[in-house]
Design a protein around this ligand. Structure first.
Ligand code: BGC
Length: 551
């Protein structure tokens, strides 16, 4: 009987398909490439894979611009390849979570094309958010709102008769028109999509921009000066972020998920105020929500302690398990962030992103980068995370200690946030460079052709081949930790052990202990057997920027 709670303490490995493994040498990773690497995933000891979008797409936003929600991008394979990949993962005991992108389709989606060809006020336009422009000839956008990637959140269309026409809302790129979730047809179509993939054996869903679906577009629209910042408001009053009605949608999804055995799971990507996160994570809703607090924190004992304590208590309160994450396809890799001065880590440029956004949209070169420090701290932080109750989300390449590729040539960049900010923000391509599998060779074993984002010369030294079997490598550290995690995993509880200010020490039920030294001086470890440590012990003591487990 399948365990309905498998997700609660799962280690979930995010695959960004275009950059994982390329089976046909066209420079883009693909589904067959993933299937070929199932033995590797198995050797890593993860419980589930989360697959970023693999749907037909022009890749205006790395696949988060979906042309067809119920198919596979021909550049990545076919539905048969998908089934073969899912079967191979399942045979290896690995669950499959797919990304679902409900806030917007792509502008190539059949619905949007239909809307462009249809007249103003038609049912086809009602699936999106079309409005007349302001000013006598409607030449000004309906409001002054900015898109997340920069520039206006509105784009003007040309009407079928060739005249300048209405405007449509796109909170992200212009190639990502926002869907109208007040429209029952949109809701029903997504239920169909969720059923389509669930029937194909998908075990769960990662829900993109889960907090933006429902919108209050009542006229007159407020100006941006009147809007609060994403994640700041507590009352659901923002016209598009985190409105209360969004939970009606997820209640319907939950009903559908619960018709499966085991119930399908879901995790919300919701940039909301911490006090409102539980609504997304409730068992009547999506069930789990990303908590990005550790990702946004410095490598600092006090910050980590406060974040862990708060999130565990909130998760318990709302009947879910906590989630932890340091890296994903939207942020500067944590091996690099932690090599930057404190407070400057998240945006990769040494400046503090106060608004929770700056980290997302940049990633330039940084003169102050101390890569060895970054590596050491990333290993320590990841080992700490893997000892926490709840689920750990890992991003492909972090198990190799892979740093950000900060100095990609501008000509090779793909991220819309780079283009829409006129190159001032470097964008997210630096964490999306195809993985190095071998020390040498064409695209370091990624495939027989090139790599769609250029890999730097130093990539080979971080490859799987370079680290495989080397007990001091980051890869072997992750393998050992994930294997121990399976054996030691217990109830979702943690008890803090009083310790020095720069040290975090906790015990899990069954006696599994984790100690992290955030300070500069080595510290003594408690009695017991050290089963894994992120750096070699120095005279039996735990060195600076290190974690050890005792069992
Ligand atoms: C995804 C991004 C994407 C955006 C728009 C985010 O939350 O993680 O990669 O650009 O949604 O779909």
């Amino acid at each position: 009987m399948a365990d309905p709670n498998w997700w609660r303490q799962a280690a979930v490995y995010q695959i960004y398909p275009r950059s994982f493994s390329d089976s046909n040498g066209d420079g883009l990773g693909d589904l067959k490439g993933i299937t070929a690497k199932v033995p590797y995933l198995s050797s890593l000891g993860i419980d589930a894979v989360w697959l970023s979008p693999f749907y037909p797409s022009a890749l205006a936003d790395g696949g988060y611009d979906v042309d067809d929600y119920r198919d596979v991008d021909p550049k990545l394979g076919t539905l048969e390849d998908f089934d073969a990949m899912a079967a191979a993962l399942h045979r290896a005991g690995i669950k499959l979570i797919t990304d679902i992108v409900p806030n917007h389709s792509s502008n190539r989606h059949a619905w949007f094309q239909e809307a462009l060809a249809a007249p103003k006020g038609s049912p086809a336009r009602e699936r999106y958010i079309f409005r007349d422009g302001q000013g006598p000839d409607g030449a000004l956008p309906p409001s002054d709102w900015d898109s997340v990637f920069g520039g206006s959140a509105w784009e003007r269309i040309t009407e079928p008769d060739g005249t300048p026409g209405q405007w449509y809302l796109h909170l992200f790129a212009p190639e990502q028109p926002d869907l109208n979730w007040d429209n029952r047809e949109v809701r029903d179509d997504f239920l169909k999509t969720l059923r389509f993939w669930s029937d194909r054996g998908v075990d769960g869903f990662r829900v993109d921009v889960a907090h933006a679906l429902t919108k209050d577009m009542t006229h007159p629209l407020p100006s941006k000066a009147e809007l609060g910042t994403e994640g700041e408001l507590l009352d659901g009053s923002h016209p598009f972020w985190d409105r209360d009605e969004v939970h009606q949608i997820y209640a319907e999804w939950r009903e559908l998920f619960n018709q499966y055995t085991p119930p399908r799971t879901a995790v919300a990507e919701a940039w909301v105020h911490a006090s409102r996160r539980a609504r997304y994570a409730s068992p009547e809703g999506l069930g789990q929500a990303f908590n990005f607090d550790l990702l946004l924190a410095d490598f600092d004992a006090e910050q980590f302690h406060a974040i862990i304590t708060k999130n565990l208590s909130e998760a318990k309160h709302s009947g879910t398990s906590s989630t932890w994450v340091f890296s994903n396809h939207d942020v500067v890799r944590h091996a690099t962030r932690y090599g930057l001065p404190k407070g400057g880590g998240r945006d990769g440029q040494g400046g503090k992103g106060q608004d929770g956004k700056a980290w997302l949209l940049s990633g330039g070169t940084t003169p102050e980068l101390d890569i060895e420090l970054g590596q050491r701290r990333a290993r320590a932080a990841s080992l700490l995370m893997l000892a926490l109750p709840g689920s750990a989300y890992l991003y492909q390449g972090e198990e190799l200690g892979l740093p950000e590729v900060a100095d990609l040539p501008d000509a090779d960049r793909q991220d819309p946030s780079f283009f829409r900010n006129f190159g001032v923000e470097k964008g997210r391509d630096g964490c999306r460079v195809p993985l190095p599998w071998t020390v040498e060779g064409k695209s370091f074993g990624f495939g027989d052709g090139g790599a769609h984002l250029p890999q730097p010369e130093w990539f080979g030294a971080y490859s799987v081949q370079a680290q495989d079997g080397d007990s001091s490598s980051t890869l072997e550290l992750y393998r050992r930790a994930l294997e121990l995690r399976h054996r030691l995993q217990a109830a979702e509880e943690l008890q803090w052990v009083p310790s020095a200010p720069d040290v975090l020490h906790f015990v899990r039920p069954g006696g599994w202990q984790s100690v992290t030294n955030f300070g500069a001086e080595p510290v003594a470890l408690p009695e017991g057997t050290v089963v894994v440590s992120s750096s070699p012990l120095a005279d039996g003591k735990l060195p600076a920027d290190s974690t050890a487990w005792i069992a």
